[in-house]
Design a protein around this ligand. Structure first.
Ligand SMILES: Cc1ncc(COP(=O)(O)O)c(C=O)c1O
Length: 373
């Protein structure tokens, strides 16, 4: 086993979950139905009883949140350039203009001083991202948003199971968007969920999720708003229900493994380690920054030769071709660019053994000090 390939992540799907999925497949009802309703109820219980609606992705949840916040043409939305590109793409999808501000070099999340300074009368919303599961400072974030009267769409795609000062992410705040993509701490294969604020009608959220259709008790229907098609299937919801039962166990195990990385990883070759947060973060990813100037492609290849998968999450997105077309360029956001060039995601998933961490640490030191030196 020791030399089996170690991926950077792997979902933990147990036999009970597989059996539950098989039951759904045999049931005769496989699209959105009772499993989705049960999943939404269970998610809501974890989110302080707030309304939660399930979707087929954490991109759809962000886009629908922006629509529910009435963000559109003529509005700007501020976000971080150091995130999965979905966070910014949805701003363009609704016809608004993305505005980026740099990240804090320590937390790697949006720099809240720069956010405060960037807000203008055109700013309608901010999308903060809890990168790697480390929550953005919610107290400061909501103080700024409240002062300027802007909406918050929390991109908590990576922070399900994390907390801010003891309160689960999702249990407070404005819109909160989760992703249940295969690599996330809680997965439904593909999927997402949106936690709704008090001023939003959950029925409107449901219509935006499914073609705008409104059904009446007499069996007739109307369409009064343009909705998309982003409902979750019962097959996926059954996976989510199985995952939800174990999410606290998963988070606890991730924290143990992350702690071991801090104990065993030798930062001597010039690594920069992530913030050692064991109170709030769900340790979605463990991401050291390689020494400046390291050829990351060669590093990833050398780790692979040693049977270890390494991910890259993420290059700064304002340097992608699409965003360059909007005028963004190298040098605009130096911290995001530096982190985006140096970041690597080391293996971290609940089924990993302690010895796997040791193996990764030994390989990393060997690669940096002998192979690439
Ligand atoms: C920060 C962030 N935002 C948004 C998304 C989009 O979620 P999905 O892939 O479920 O559409 C992801 C998923 O990778 C993400 O990591």
């Amino acid at each position: 086993m020791t030399n089996a390939f170690l991926p950077f992540t792997r979902p933990a799907i147990d036999a009970d979950t597989i059996a539950a999925v098989a039951d759904v497949l045999r049931s005769g009802w496989i699209t959105s139905g009772p499993q989705v309703q049960a999943f939404e109820k269970a998610l809501s219980e974890r989110c302080g009883g707030r309304p939660v609606r399930a979707f087929n992705s954490g991109t759809a949840t962000l886009e629908v949140a922006l629509r529910l916040a009435k963000v559109g043409a003529g509005d700007t939305v501020i976000t971080t350039p150091l995130t999965w590109v979905a966070t910014a793409n949805v701003i363009l999808e609704v016809g608004a203009t993305p505005v980026f501000v740099d990240v804090d070099p320590v937390t790697r999340n949006i720099d809240l001083d720069q956010l405060d300074a960037a807000i203008t009368p055109q700013t309608k919303a901010v999308i903060p991202v809890d990168l790697a599961g480390l929550p953005v400072d919610r107290d400061r974030l909501y103080a700024i948003a409240g002062q300027h009267g802007i909406r918050v769409v929390e991109d908590a795609a990576q922070s399900f199971g994390a907390a801010w000062n003891g309160k689960p992410i999702g249990s407070t705040g404005d819109f909160v968007s989760f992703s249940f993509h295969a690599n996330k701490n809680l997965t439904t294969g593909e999927g997402g969920a949106l936690v709704l604020p008090d001023d939003v009608d959950p029925a409107l959220c449901e219509r935006l999720r499914l073609q705008g259709v409104k059904r009446f008790p007499d069996g007739s229907m109307d369409v009064d708003v343009l909705g998309g098609k982003s409902n979750l299937t019962d097959i996926a919801a059954a996976i989510g229900l199985g995952q939800l039962k174990r999410i606290d166990e998963f988070t606890a195990r991730r924290r143990v493994l992350a702690r071991r990385y801090f104990e065993r990883l030798d930062p001597a070759p010039g690594l920069a380690l992530p913030p050692a947060d064991f109170a709030n973060s769900n340790w979605h990813m463990f991401q050291p920054l390689l020494p400046t100037g390291t050829d990351r492609g060669r590093f990833v290849a050398a780790m692979k030769e040693r049977g270890i998968g390494v991910g890259v999450h993420y290059p700064a997105l304002h340097l992608f071709g699409l965003y360059r077309q909007y005028g963004f360029k190298a040098g605009d956001f130096p911290h995001a660019e530096d982190i985006g060039r140096r970041t690597v995601s080391l293996p971290l998933f609940p089924a990993m053994r302690d010895e796997d961490v040791d193996r990764v640490c030994a390989a990393l030191t060997e690669v940096l000090t002998k192979v690439l030196a």
